[in-house]
Design a protein around this ligand. Structure first.
Ligand SMILES: Cc1cc2nc3c(=O)[nH]c(=O)nc-3n(C[C@H](O)[C@H](O)[C@H](O)COP(=O)(O)OP(=O)(O)OC[C@H]3O[C@@H](n4cnc5c(N)ncnc54)[C@H](O)[C@@H]3O)c2cc1C
Length: 313
């Protein structure tokens, strides 16, 4: 039985593996290799790695972890997980089963993408869920805030941090109250309700160039920030009976503990602030809490078995 299995090899899983490796814990990290920011050009706001490509950040992190011999990194997918009286059992896509005393889910989350034609093609290349990650690169540019009702209004107002040229695009009736419209007008935010026909540009080159409306008009803007809605709960968290918050994220307490003893959930799969460096920090916290639990379990077990030195005396 291993000390820990970590599911997911993004910043959260890799940083948990790094600390557990340093604690000499036997760890298997299984990663399906589909990070949330895969299509993004850079990771911003990550101290000392600001602007690094996501794949490069992972490569560097895996290199760090590979120095610790008690950690095994494996490509693959964990398809099922269950609790055992003394730990967990996970099943990999190839049918292999692995048992461990503790389990860390660092599986990230699946983004909702705006319900616009071509939005997935431009995801991370002009269509962005987070202005903290991509707002700086579009500062003082004309940008689009996308969304209806209060979430669209909130995104449009949030964008005033980065630019004063904001168009709120609602792709149909805006669902804004008179007070909302008044407030948006006070910040010179125009509202466009015409349906969207297409997003145009080169997703593999310069990214988004313009939004084509159904009436034929084109809105030339390189960035569309959309209001991030609820996310899909990690399936393994469902299987293991985790308590969930309103958005579908797993509820975690101190040390990224969940309501399931011995199960930790770190990174985007848990908290509200979804930054790479926060995910890495949560991975480190989970590792600390997990190692402390293992230490306490081991000390207790040795105590109940008797102290060999005293027994000899
Ligand atoms: C377009 C975009 C741009 C972003 N830009 C930035 C930025 O500039 N700066 C920033 O700080 N943050 C940015 N983020 C957020 C950042 O990507 C996340 O906060 C961060 O990746 C979360 O790390 P994580 O380890 O929790 O999850 P992830 O990085 O998503 O990694 C999760 C990993 O788990 C794997 N996995 C999932 N399920 C299983 C399974 N069952 N078995 C095995 N493996 C599994 C996935 O394949 C994936 O490799 C951006 C996000 C997006 C969408």
């Amino acid at each position: 039985m291993l000390d820990a299995v970590i599911v997911g090899g993004g910043p959260a899983g890799l940083n948990a593996a790094l600390f557990l490796g340093r604690c000499r814990r036997s760890v298997l990290l299984v990663d399906a290799g589909q990070p949330r920011n895969a299509r993004s050009r850079w990771v911003s706001g990550f101290l000392s790695r600001d602007g690094t490509e996501p794949a490069e950040l992972r490569r560097l992190a895996r290199e760090d972890v590979a120095r610790y011999p008690s950690v095994t990194l494996r490509e693959g997918e964990v398809t099922a997980a269950r609790t055992l009286p003394d730990g967990f059992e996970v099943e990999l896509a190839d049918g292999e089963r692995v048992r461990s005393r503790k389990l860390v889910l660092a599986t990230g989350l699946e983004n909702d993408c705006p319900d616009l034609p071509d939005a997935r093609r431009f995801y991370g290349r002009g269509v962005y869920p987070c202005p903290y990650c991509d707002g700086w690169e579009h500062r003082d540019e004309p940008v689009i805030a996308y969304g209806r009702g209060r979430s669209g209004r909130a995104m449009a107002l949030e964008m005033t941090v980065w630019t004063s040229d904001i168009l709120l695009l609602t792709d149909g009736p805006s669902e804004l109250s008179a007070a909302d419209r008044h407030e948006l007008a006070r910040h010179r935010i125009a509202v466009e309700e015409a349906p969207v026909a297409a997003l145009e540009g080169d997703p593999d080159g310069d990214g988004l160039a313009r939004v084509r409306l159904a009436d034929g008009r084109a809105i030339a803007r390189r960035a569309l920030f959309y209001a991030f809605e609820a996310c899909r709960t990690p399936p393994l968290a469902h299987m293991l009976g985790c308590d969930l918050g309103e958005t579908g994220a797993v509820k975690t307490g101190p040390g990224e503990r969940t309501n399931v003893p011995g199960l930790f959930v770190a990174g985007d799969a848990s908290r509200r602030v979804k930054f790479a460096i926060v995910a890495a920090g949560e991975g480190a916290m989970a590792a600390f809490a997990l190692n402390t639990e293992l230490l306490q379990d081991d000390l207790r077990r040795r105590r109940t078995k008797g102290d060999p030195e005293q027994d000899a005396a």
